[in-house]
Design a protein around this ligand. Structure first.
Ligand SMILES: *[C@@H]1O[C@H](CO)[C@@H](O)[C@H](O)[C@H]1NC(C)=O
Ligand SMILES: *[C@@H]1O[C@H](CO)[C@@H](O)[C@H](O)[C@H]1NC(C)=O
Ligand SMILES: *[C@@H]1O[C@H](CO)[C@@H](O)[C@H](O)[C@H]1NC(C)=O
Ligand SMILES: *[C@@H]1O[C@H](CO)[C@@H](O)[C@H](O)[C@H]1NC(C)=O
Ligand SMILES: *[C@@H]1O[C@H](CO)[C@@H](O)[C@H](O)[C@H]1NC(C)=O
Length: 506
């Protein structure tokens, strides 16, 4: 390209810019009059002239949200405190003629720490669960100072550097899950003759790393407030043997879940785990009216606790912040269960007929953790003999084709004795005191019906009259283990909660 042509093109671009700019300015003028009018209407309206003045823009972007909610229903969170900063820096010509350029930061794009919960784990130890800025952890070196402030002024304060555990395998996005373990050198909250409780403060220190190396920003928050009574309650739970034999910690539930599939899962597992079991479910948006109707009878009978965790969706972590949720569940219920199970609602735990879940965990009691092997099941192959009546059958009753492809590493799920677990994950815990075993074949396994839980229609797509079949080069074999116990599970549900759920929809 010649110099002349280049110049012409450049002029052309500028001219185009000018024309566009005119258009934009007219649009802006128009919009401002529009805003004046809209101010008097009860709608949210925002106008953002994206990068006006820096580049040529073809269309100014307008976000007019015509939601009917009045403008004052949502209260924005208080902005994080601004970093300590004097007046804006200006460019400056130094004595040697060099232009020293200035950089002026405004606002902050991620919180330093978002607290979910904190629980006492012993006389001198606490676990604090939350989300932390991921770049601060990946590129910086923050630290967390734990401070105990007794309610009784005559008692000594205590301080210790918290241990940081990042259980989410680096999957986080803007935020990463952080468990801060605060273990003081002495017991706190009580002395031999005086129970007083206190406050656990956490100082989240950037230590001059992460966002701005110039500032050593510290954010201090109260992680836990403990009354005398809270302390006494803790001691009694801590010293008694656990209330439950089995506690299920469910991960974040979201999407358009099938009430019928959830119904089947609950009936199956309440029967399996028995009277001394409890199920903790977490609603990240998946518990709509139909699913709630299915949980309700079991909640009323004391088998299910539901936590609404929808607010966490504001903070961009991994998969509805499931790693945060399971750690909260672990520490919240740590002293209330002998064993905790971690798996999903499209997975069904199975122990062979000759055993019970109780005899299986008893045989593994020397281990803090054991993992469970997966039996992947087809989510659309059914038996020809079910033609015309499959819609009346339960999911695990009709989906009988097992994927038997070899040499594939499949996810495992796990169970732990929670007193010996310090932080946990989705497929296993990597922070345990004591041994882990994966050798559980033949003793316990789980059937996985992937993709059936958020599907609101009949799963049977292909009816097959054969014990083996290959679909898409994947070999399947009939396995009726689960089908065979469907009748027992249905009768169990009827006995426990009556016929209330008989008309549940897919
Ligand atoms: C919202 O505004 C209306 C009318 O101005 C007022 O009556 C109402 O109390 C406000 N609600 C809140 C939550 O501030
Ligand atoms: C904190 O870590 C210590 C040492 O690993 C452990 O003994 C203690 O149980 C942990 N505390 C909590 C609350 O998990
Ligand atoms: C940052 O502040 C904390 C607490 O005030 C202090 O312990 C730490 O040494 C400071 N770090 C730096 C790099 O100044
Ligand atoms: C804080 O930063 C200083 C100096 O950069 C470093 O020596 C120290 O180890 C850091 N402290 C913590 C707790 O990370
Ligand atoms: C399955 O196939 C066998 C033999 O081919 C046949 O006798 C039987 O009736 C078939 N069953 C169904 C349900 O179609």
């Amino acid at each position: 390209m010649t110099k002349e042509k280049e110049r012409k093109m450049f002029v052309g671009v500028v001219w185009n810019c000018a024309a566009e700019l005119k258009l934009v300015l007219t649009a802006v003028l128009f919009l401002f009059s529009l805003i004046t009018i809209l101010q008097f209407m009860p709608n949210r309206f925002t106008f953002s002239p994206s990068n006006l003045g820096t580049t040529c823009i073809s269309t100014p972007s307008i976000h007019a949200s015509l939601s009917v909610s009045p403008i004052n229903t949502t209260v924005p969170p208080p902005p994080p405190p601004p970093p300590p900063r004097s007046s804006p820096e200006k460019d400056e010509v130094l004595e040697n003629g060099v232009i020293k350029r200035a950089f002026n930061p405004f606002g902050s794009a991620a919180y330093n720490f978002i607290l979910m919960s904190a629980y006492r784990g012993g006389l001198n130890t606490f676990a604090v669960m939350g989300l932390a800025s991921k770049p601060l952890h990946v590129y910086g070196k923050p630290s967390y100072m734990c401070e105990w402030v007794p309610n009784d002024d005559s008692q000594e304060k205590a301080s210790v550097l918290g241990t940081q555990i990042l259980p989410d395998w680096g999957y986080g996005r803007v935020y990463t899950v952080l468990v801060v373990n605060c273990t003081f050198t002495v017991p706190v909250g009580a002395t031999d003759d005086n129970i007083h409780g206190g406050k656990l403060l956490v100082h989240a220190i950037t230590n001059g790393t992460g966002g701005d190396t110039k500032f050593n920003t510290t954010d201090t928050f109260i992680a836990l407030t403990e009354t005398e009574r809270d302390f006494s309650n803790f001691i009694s739970t801590f010293s008694r043997s656990p209330k439950y034999d089995f506690l299920y910690c469910g991960s974040s539930l979201y999407g358009n879940l099938s009430p019928q599939r959830v119904r089947e899962w609950l009936a199956f597992h309440v029967r399996l785990f028995g009277e001394k079991s409890h199920f903790v479910m977490h609603d990240a948006g998946g518990i709509h009216e139909g699913v709630m109707a299915v949980l309700k009878p079991w909640m009323d009978k004391g088998y299910v606790t539901l936590h609404d965790i929808r607010e966490q969706e504001r903070f961009d972590g991994y998969y509805h912040n499931q790693f945060l949720i399971v750690n909260d569940c672990l520490h919240r219920y740590r002293f209330q269960a002998k064993w905790m199970f971690f798996f999903d609602v499209d997975e069904f735990i199975f122990v062979p007929k000759k055993s019970t879940i109780k005899s299986v965990v008893d045989s593994l009691k020397d281990y803090t953790q054991f993992t469970i092997e997966q039996m992947p099941m087809s989510n659309n192959l059914c038996l020809e003999e079910d033609r015309g009546k499959s819609y009346r059958k339960w999911g695990f009753e009709k989906l009988v084709y097992q994927d038997v492809k070899r040499g594939i590493r499949r996810d495992r799920k796990y169970a732990v004795q929670p007193r010996n677990v310090i932080a946990t994950g989705v497929h296993m815990s990597q922070n345990t005191v004591g041994k882990t075993t994966h050798k559980t074949e033949g003793r316990i396994k789980y059937f996985h019906y992937h993709g059936t839980i958020a599907e609101r229609r009949e799963p049977c797509r292909q009816l097959v009259n054969a014990t083996t079949i290959t679909v898409d080069r994947n070999p399947y074999e009939v396995d009726t283990t689960m089908r065979d116990i469907a009748g027992t599970v249905k009768r169990f549900e009827l006995k426990m909660i009556g016929p209330t759920l008989q008309r549940t929809r897919q």
